[in-house]
Design a protein around this ligand. Structure first.
Ligand code: ASP
Length: 336
């Protein structure tokens, strides 16, 4: 299993990576590619742009970038991008290979949204490797926004998706080990057992889109749905303003309509990082005891400015533009 606490090691982006100062965060890791420019403060506004949560965002961004750099549609780009994380069998928090719920079932949540505020979502979906593409079909081919459970699976099968066992032996083994000592109590959300991918992009025509996909909290109750497929919680955007997505304990994010709130704060004039910080502080004020509760937000405004903020240290996001590629360490409220 990937040690998520080590994701900021320089080796994460290959040998020769350099550490530079970065406007909206404490540090950025910039690939030692001479064509890439180190970050300077304040963050340049540059489009097309794609940002996505966590280290797995680095490769996901590259898939999105393939489309963005050739004038492709941001909605296609975010779908293609997060599919990479969904299909990564080593990724224990998204799609194939994700940790199961307490019954040993891998259940997936995903949503996608475009610049016209059209959206599609699936929740509690089993046996389908790429839930974001099912969500895209909900957006494109139904009058609805969200399908769940068997209805979502039946829809996916009718649209030609194939069933696949998503529980890989390593995740099954971890689940069985957890069963032995857990007393059937789900573990807290921490740096080890979650990591949704949320991706936000603006294409060369200025169209903004976002996607969010997860296998959710490890060993959750069967039937539990977190924030990730919920428009307004795990993802929200308004093309007049910008976009935001969330990661961490979904129950905490839902309670404050987290991503919608970040977008509304940007509408009021707050910079992306500041908007994320205000919502994190609101969660802290509401919940009080934040023991083991991590939440992070990532935001991108319509001008291409970005930022993130989290309850605890350790949250980061990947950035890709025509001139910049970085893994950016977000500021936080407190240390683990
Ligand atoms: N937000 C996800 C959920 O609550 C967890 C995560 O970010 O990994 O399902």
């Amino acid at each position: 299993m990937t040690d998520r606490r080590n994701f900021l090691r320089l080796s994460a982006l290959g040998t020769g990576a350099v550490l530079t100062a970065q406007a909206c965060s404490e540090h950025a890791l910039v690939e030692s590619n001479p064509t890439l420019q180190p970050e300077t403060a304040p963050a340049m506004k540059e489009t097309p742009i794609v940002v996505s949560t966590w280290k797995h965002g680095i490769t996901a961004n590259l898939a999105a970038w393939n489309l963005l750099q050739s004038g492709g549609y941001a909605l296609d780009a975010v779908e293609a991008g997060v599919r990479v994380a969904e299909s990564d069998v080593e990724n224990r928090s998204v799609g194939l290979g994700g940790y199961p719920d307490k019954e040993g079932k891998v259940t997936l949540d995903a949503c996608i949204m475009n610049e016209k505020s059209n959206c599609g979502a699936v929740a509690f979906l089993q046996d389908i490797e790429n839930p974001v593409s099912v969500a895209r079909k909900v957006l494109d081919e139904t009058p609805h926004v969200m399908l769940v459970g068997k209805g979502a699976l039946d829809f996916a099968l009718a649209k030609g998706f194939e069933k696949r066992n998503l529980l890989v032996p390593e995740a099954e083994e971890a689940w069985k080990k957890w069963m032995e000592g857990s007393n059937y109590t789900p573990p807290p959300i921490n740096t080890e057992n979650h990591d949704t991918i949320g991706m936000l992009a603006i294409d060369s025509s200025g169209r903004i889109s976002g996607a969010c996909t997860t296998s959710g909290a490890a060993y959750k109750m069967h039937g539990r749905v977190g924030d990730s497929p919920i428009i307004g919680a795990g993802l929200f955007l308004d093309s007049d303003v910008g976009a935001a997505c969330a990661t961490g304990l979904g129950e905490a994010v839902i309670r404050v309509s987290g991503s919608a709130m970040v977008v509304e704060l940007m509408r009021q004039g707050h910079a992306p990082e500041e908007a994320c910080k205000i919502v994190v502080e609101r969660i802290i004020n509401k919940l009080g005891d934040m023991t083991h509760i991590q939440v992070g937000f990532l935001a991108l405004n319509k001008h291409g400015e970005y930022g993130g903020y989290s309850v605890y240290n350790g949250f980061n996001f990947a950035l890709k533009t025509g001139t910049r590629e970085a893994l950016i360490d977000c500021p936080f409220n407190r240390k683990w």
